[in-house]
Design a protein around this ligand. Structure first.
Ligand code: PEP
Ligand code: MG
Length: 581
């Protein structure tokens, strides 16, 4: 059993066989060949061994000629491993008696071999583990093992273990079979994490290098509540987690009963509790869990999940579906937030040194009007079907807001001239996710109908911490006092201007932090559909007075760690069911 610790990004527990997508991009599912083809499969392996052997011998001779016999011996050692009779006996056994494919057998046997070497106290032999894995890669190449693709050919449940998963790769995971995932890289605020929550897939990211110690088909537990990943659990651990799944299911069943009750505090203050979605199909989950509306529709995922660049009609169809399904409840459509970790079809920007500080989001839309206009047209057309509001992301300067608004007006005029049905007078809002916008908020509120704080980016830009970087993940905290002071300022400015203010970053989906936000005066939260029941439970369990006391105390604290410890403590007192132990 191997226990690993990473960053929990999407709650829940998943158990299943590993599908390993290593840093070199190989995807090796556990598959078998028909019994009568086992000999043929073994012959394929032998040809691969011969080819790799020939290549290693060439490398040995060439390296020895250039760098001396001693250096050439590195390859001699690899050749020796490649021809190790015990290794071949084990490979033969797997192929001829278990009928496993050559690629799968190579992956398993060589990983076990490398793991055994690593455990030796002899550091020289432990270093040889790298050579074993190098041989494995070479054999896999010869065997034509597939490089990672869209993972469209899955036929059984898997836990995806990968070096990295981009937001679009995550969005395209086959939900019928993928039970959860874990990655070596990534941070809590990355969009991969957000998609995982949207798909309700338990996930852990930022574990650091671990793929060398796991083979395809190994049993894996992903504990998305605590950020733990367990490879080949022992019987006691497995039983513990099976029990946890049962407890989670029974809590979910109890929370589901809150669905038709309002998100109202114990002393009767009504909180708007909306859902964040990335895809139209999530609307049903939002309704199912009693969302008051859609507070954030991340429309860029239409780009990230389709093979071709979406047309105006594609946008219109997607938005109309959401708006119609919401039956008159508000739908906040956020315009494209592409760039940085969310790249579309065409290369919209050259390689940037600092993509999160570069041409992303509204900046990118305003520079690519052929991308932006069709989207704005589709928003105004879909507005005919319900309560649509449009929101611009990453607004940093007044000029950007004005440009975006002007474009919206121009697009409305075009639609009018063309005689296409549309609604031009929809509410226009902006996301507050850059400190500059908070500083200048008095000026912005005069020009928008509503505000929504994106705490994911606000934390990133306030704390100068890349939200998807595992190395600085400990610094990335929306509960940092600096971030909290900016939020407090937003509440004050919005209240003074009588402008509606929501919080739609992940912060609002964490019950303890949600209570803090209520105490700070926020009355509108938007969270992933999967978090709706828990947040509603938290809201209904407290009075505004209690939340205000929490906020008053928190505002005296100096570090995110202290804030979180205190909040967890209070959550334990007020809503113990929601504390993950
Ligand atoms: C945010 O930044 O908090 C936000 C809601 O937007 P996104 O996570 O899509 O950047
Ligand atoms: Mg954002």
């Amino acid at each position: 059993m191997v226990e690993l610790q990473g960053i929990p990004v999407s709650p829940g527990v998943a158990i299943g066989p590993a599908l390993v997508l290593d840093a070199d991009g190989y995807q090796i599912p556990r598959s078998v060949v028909p019994a009568d083809q086992a000999d043929q499969e073994y012959a394929r392996l032998q040809s691969a061994v011969d080819a790799v052997s020939a290549r290693l011998e060439t490398s040995r001779l060439e390296t020895a000629a250039v760098a001396g016999e001693h250096t050439g011996d590195i390859f001699a050692a690899q050749l020796q491993m490649l021809h190790d009779p015990r290794l071949h006996a084990e490979l033969r056994r797997r192929i001829n008696t278990e009928y496993l494919t050559a690629a799968y057998s190579v992956n398993r046997v060589l990983h076990n071999y490398a793991a055994a070497l690593r455990q030796l106290s002899n550091p020289f032999l432990a270093d040889r583990a790298e050579d074993v894995l190098d041989i494995e890669k070479q054999l896999l190449r010869e065997l034509g093992a597939v490089k990672r693709g869209p993972m469209s050919d899955l036929s059984e449940p898997v836990i995806v273990l990968s070096h990295v998963l981009t937001p679009s790769e995550t969005a395209n995971l086959d939900r019928r079979y993928v039970r959860g995932f874990a990655t070596e890289t990534g941070g809590a605020g990355g969009h991969t994490a957000i998609v995982a929550k949207g798909l309700e897939l338990p996930a852990v990211v930022g574990i650091g290098p671990f793929l060398d110690s796991v083979g395809a088909g190994d049993q894996v537990i992903v504990d998305g509540d605590r950020g733990r990943v367990i490879i080949n659990p022992d019987a006691t651990t497995l039983k513990h987690y099976e029990q946890r799944i049962k407890q989670r299911n029974s809590l979910s069943a109890r929370l589901a009963e809150l669905r038709d009750l309002p998100a109202e505090t114990a002393d009767g203050v009504r909180i708007r509790l909306n859902a964040n979605i990335e895809f139209p199909h999530e609307t049903s989950a939002a309704i199912e869990r009693g969302a008051d509306g859609i507070g954030l529709y991340r429309t860029e995922f239409l780009y990230l999940s389709s093979e071709q660049e979406p047309s105006e009609e594609d946008h219109y169809q997607a938005y109309s579906q959401v708006v119609r399904e919401m039956c008159g409840r508000p739908v906040v459509i956020r315009t494209l937030d592409l760039g940085a970790d969310k790249m579309g079809h065409r290369p919209l920007v050259e390689q940037e040194h600092n993509p999160f500080l570069g041409l992303r989001s509204i900046r990118l839309s305003l520079r690519n009007l052929d991308l932006f206009r069709p989207q704005l047209r589709a928003v105004l057309r879909a507005a005919v079907h319900g309560d649509v509001r449009v929101m611009f992301p990453l607004i940093t300067t007044i000029a950007e807001l004005r440009q975006a608004r002007m474009l919206l007006n121009l697009v409305a005029e075009d639609l009018k001239d063309e005689g296409i049905p549309y609604r031009g007078d929809i509410p226009v809002g902006m996301m507050v996710e850059v400190p500059a916008a908070v500083v200048m908020l008095e000026n912005f509120v005069r020009e928008v109908d509503f505000l929504s704080i994106g705490t994911n980016d606000l934390a990133q830009y306030t704390l100068a911490v890349d939200r998807s970087n595992e190395y600085v993940a400990d610094l990335y905290q929306s509960s940092d006092p600096a971030v909290l002071r900016l939020i407090a300022r937003c509440v004050e400015v919005a209240d003074n201007a009588h402008t509606s203010l929501a919080v739609c970053g992940e912060m609002s989906s964490m019950p303890a932090r949600a209570l803090l936000l209520l105490g700070m005066g926020v009355r509108n939260l938007s969270v992933p559909p999967s978090s709706l029941p828990r947040v509603k439970k938290a809201i209904r369990s407290v009075s505004i007075n209690q939340c205000q006391e929490i906020a008053a105390r928190v505002m005296k604290l100096e570090a995110a760690r202290d804030v979180d410890m205190y909040l967890l403590d209070r959550l334990g007192d007020l809503v113990p069911e929601l504390v993950v132990t």
